[in-house]
Design a protein around this ligand. Structure first.
Ligand SMILES: Cc1cc2nc3c(=O)[nH]c(=O)nc-3n(C[C@H](O)[C@H](O)[C@H](O)COP(=O)(O)OP(=O)(O)OC[C@H]3O[C@@H](n4cnc5c(N)ncnc54)[C@H](O)[C@@H]3O)c2cc1C
Length: 470
C-alpha cells in the first residue's frame, strides 16, 4: 500500500514535532520551511563573526513531557541538561535557592521555601495558603469559574483575592509565570497560571526542574531529517509557501513562492497565526469564524540580550533576577561546557513580556541590563565587553568581523486571546492548523504536543480550537 503524503508548512517546533509524529505514524512527510534553517522562533543563527548563537535562550521544565518526548524521539534527549536548583538574586546581590528534598509532593519544596531568604514570613504565609488552595483541589480551586462559564479571572485578580503581599506577587508568582507564559499577570487567565504551579511545583517532585540545551538549538533538530527520510519524506529549506489553492472548499495544493504548485493527500500549516491568514484565500478567512478570530490574537514581546565579556563574571549556570527588568541570566559558556577555554564569558539575558522596552533603543536596553547586572554580578564592574569572535563555543561557519560585545533583539512570542470553538467547514483533504493558545505550560510544550494528538485521530479531520485540550 502506498504511503499517504502530507505537506507540513513551517519548520518551527510545531511543524517539526508534527512532521516527526506523522512520519512515525506511517505518513510520507514533506516539510516546507521558508527560511534556510529549522527551528522558527527557537532557532540558532550565525553572527557575522562566525559564532553560532541561539536567537534567545530557550528552557523547558520537568513537567513538559511532550517536549521531552519530542527531543528524545529525534535523538536530542541527552542534549538537555536538567537542573534541580533554581537560584534567585535580589537587586543587592543576595541569593536564595529553591530545590526539592525527599518529601512527597506537595511538601517536597516546603523546606527550601521556608528558608528562602528573599521573602519574609508574611509573604511566605500568604503564598503557602494560596499554594495549599491549589494543591488541595488538584490544581482547580473552587473559586475559579469553570471553562464552560465563559468567564475569565486574571491571575493577578486571583492572587489579590487570596491576599498575596505585593512582594510575594513580584518575587514569587510573577517571576515564575511571566517567564513560563510570556505574559503579564493581569493578562494571564488564572486557570493557566494556576496550572503552571500545580504541574511544575505541586503535583510532582521533578516538574520544576529547569531543562537547558547543552548545544545550540539548531543542533537539537538534526534528527528530524532522518525521521522523515526513513518514511521517504524530506525537509525542504528556503521553500516558502505563498498560499493554499482552495477550490470548492477543497484544498487542491499549495502554491510555492517560486510559483510552482505542490500537492499532497493532507496539508498541515504550522505557521504563526498571522501568516496562516496570509496563506488562506481571503474569502475563506471571511467565511470561517475560526479563521477570522485569529485576527484578534495578540502577541507578546520577548527580549534577548547577548553579552560577551573578557573574563569570568558569573559562577552559576543561570540566575533569576528579582525586582529587575532583566529576568533570567544564562551563563552560556558554562552551559555549553566550554568553561574557561577563552578566559571570557558569554551571557544571555531574557526578558519576557517586555512591553516596557518597546520604546527603548537596543543601546538603552543593553545599558539598563548591564547596570542591573553590575549589582548582582560585581565582577562585571571590572570586565570589558569583547568581540564575540574571541569565543569559539561552536565552529565558525562564516567569515567577517563583529565589533560589539553586546547584542540585543526583540521577538514576538505566542498569540494570546480567546478563540471561539469551531472547525473550518472544509471538505477533504482537511487542513490542520496550529495556533498557539495561552496554555499552562512553557510555550514549546504546546508545540511539542500539537501533532501527537492529530495523529491519534483516525479520520484526521480539520483540527481547530474545539479539539484543544484544556
Ligand atoms: C525570544 C523567545 C524566547 C522563547 N523562550 C521560550 C522558552 O524558554 N521556553 C518555551 O517553551 N518557549 C519559548 N519561546 C516560545 C517558543 O519559541 C515558541 O512557542 C515556539 O518556538 C513556536 O513554534 P511554532 O512552530 O509554533 O512557530 P515558529 O517557531 O514561528 O515556526 C513557524 C515556522 O514557519 C515558517 N514559515 C512561516 N511562513 C512560512 C511560509 N509561508 N512557508 C513556509 N514556512 C513558513 C517560519 O520560518 C518558522 O520556521 C520563546 C520565544 C521567543 C520568541
Amino acid at each position: 500500500m502506498s504511503l499517504k503524503n502530507v505537506i507540513v508548512i513551517g519548520g518551527g517546533l510545531a511543524g517539526l514535532s508534527s512532521a516527526v509524529a506523522l512520519a512515525e505514524a506511517g505518513f510520507r512527510v514533506r516539510l516546507l520551511e521558508k527560511r534556510p534553517h529549522l527551528g522558527g522562533r527557537a532557532a540558532s543563527y550565525v553572527l557575522p563573526g562566525g559564532e553560532t548563537v541561539d536567537n534567545c535562550q530557550h528552557v523547558t521544565l520537568g513537567c513538559c513531557t511532550n517536549l521531552e518526548d519530542f527531543y528524545r524521539r529525534v535523538g536530542a534527549g541527552n542534549q538537555i541538561r536538567f537542573y534541580d536548583r533554581m537560584l534567585f538574586a535580589a537587586p543587592d546581590g543576595r541569593r536564595g535557592a529553591i530545590a526539592s528534598v525527599a518529601l512527597p509532593p506537595p511538601l517536597h519544596m516546603a523546606p527550601s521555601f521556608a528558608f528562602f531568604p528573599l521573602l519574609d514570613w508574611a509573604d511566605k504565609r500568604a503564598i503557602a495558603q494560596a499554594l495549599l488552595a491549589i494543591a488541595r483541589t488538584g490544581g482547580r480551586p473552587a473559586d475559579l469559574p469553570s471553562k464552560c462559564a465563559g468567564e475569565n479571572v486574571t491571575m493577578l485578580a486571583w492572587l489579590q483575592k487570596h491576599r498575596q503581599t505585593a512582594r510575594g506577587i513580584r518575587r514569587f508568582w510573577e517571576v515564575i509565570l511571566v517567564s513560563a507564559l510570556d505574559e503579564e499577570l493581569d493578562r494571564i487567565d488564572a486557570r493557566y497560571g494556576i496550572d503552571v504551579f500545580w504541574k511544575a511545583f505541586l503535583s510532582s517532585r521533578g516538574g520544576y526542574r529547569v531543562g537547558i540545551p547543552r548545544v545550540p538549538l539548531g543542533e537539537l533538530y538534526e534528527g528530524c531529517r532522518k525521521a522523515l527520510a526513513e518514511q521517504g519524506g524530506e525537509v525542504q529549506l528556503r521553500a516558502g509557501v505563498r498560499g493554499f489553492l482552495v477550490v470548492n472548499g477543497r484544498v487542491d495544493g499549495v502554491e510555492m513562492e517560486d510559483g510552482s504548485v505542490e500537492t499532497a493527500d493532507y496539508y498541515l500549516a504550522a505557521v504563526p497565526q498571522d501568516v496562516l491568514l496570509e496563506l488562506l484565500p481571503a474569502e475563506v478567512v471571511e467565511r470561517e469564524p475560526v479563521f477570522l478570530s485569529l485576527r484578534n490574537l495578540r502577541t507578546s514581546p520577548i527580549t534577548g540580550v547577548h553579552l560577551w565579556f573578557d573574563r569570568t563574571v558569573m559562577s552559576e549556570p543561570f540566575l533569576t533576577l528579582l525586582d529587575s527588568t532583566t529576568q533570567w541570566v544564562f551563563n552560556k559558556t558554562q552551559l555549553y561546557g566550554d568553561a574557561g577555554e577563552t578566559g571570557g564569558q558569554y551571557l544571555q539575558l531574557v526578558i519576557s513580556a517586555s512591553y516596557g522596552l518597546a520604546s527603548r533603543s537596543r543601546q538603552e536596553i543593553i545599558a539598563l541590563c548591564l547596570e542591573e547586572l553590575r549589582e548582582v554580578l560585581p565582577a562585571i564592574r571590572e570586565a570589558t565587553l569583547v568581540n564575540p569572535r574571541h569565543f569559539r563555543l561552536r565552529p565558525a561557519r562564516t567569515g567577517g568581523a563583529r565589533r560589539r560585545g553586546a547584542h540585543c533583539r526583540n521577538y514576538f512570542s505566542q498569540g494570546t486571546g480567546h478563540l471561539p470553538a469551531g472547525r473550518p467547514q472544509w471538505r477533504e483533504p482537511y487542513v490542520a492548523v496550529t495556533w498557539p493558545p495561552k496554555q499552562y505550560s512553557p510555550m514549546l510544550e504546546r508545540q511539542g504536543n500539537f501533532c501527537s494528538r492529530i495523529c491519534q485521530r483516525k479520520d484526521w479531520r480539520a483540527y481547530g480550537p474545539a479539539d484543544r485540550e484544556h
